[in-house]
Write a protein that binds this ligand. Structure first.
Ligand SMILES: [Zn+2]
Length: 168
């Protein structure tokens, strides 16, 4: 059954966003719209907020539970528009590369400055700040390595996915 066939049998139907409706529940004395209807890939979901079971709802409409399943499976194209776009792993990997590079540059900047620093006439408070900056620089380097690792793993996944698609 198509979702429209179900909606036609209900009262007080209102759209609630893409593939979602509310209506008066046919299985109990419903003054407000207690029933929510949602269209999924291959079936229709019904939920009564007053607690009626899907079976009670569908029976009240003179239908069976199997009517909640859609007649024809969706075409490949319909499926593609319903499913979230497959993640572009290569693009995500690139984002990790950029984040890694950003941290590497920041770390190098600090460490180069510190290496050139003689340490003469430095006050305690300044020394503390310097130490903190160096610690952060090393942490940036670690984080960069981590991000590069993630980027590599994502590229491997993207590669394997491509192979799998070609094999299918
Ligand atoms: Zn109900």
């Amino acid at each position: 059954m198509r979702v429209q066939d179900l909606l036609d049998r209900l009262e007080g139907v209102r759209p609630r966003g893409a593939g979602k409706w509310s209506a008066r529940c046919p299985a109990h004395q419903d003054n407000g719209p207690s029933l929510s209807i949602a269209e999924r890939m291959d079936r229709i979901l019904v939920h009564c907020f007053a607690g009626c079971t899907p079976e009670a709802i569908i029976t009240a409409l003179g239908l069976g539970l199997r009517d909640l399943f859609m007649d024809a499976p969706l075409s490949q194209r319909q499926r593609a528009t319903l499913l979230p776009q497959t993640l572009d792993l290569t693009a995500i990997a690139f984002q990790f590369d950029l984040a890694a590079l950003d941290r590497r540059l920041r770390a190098e900047q600090v460490l180069t400055a510190v290496a050139a620093f003689t340490g003469e006439g430095i006050e305690d408070s300044q020394r503390n700040r310097l130490v903190k900056a160096v610690v952060r620089a090393y942490r940036d380097r670690e984080r960069a390595e981590l991000f590069e690792g993630v980027a590599d793993a994502l590229r491997v996944m993207a590669y394997e996915e491509r192979i799998a698609r070609h094999a299918a």
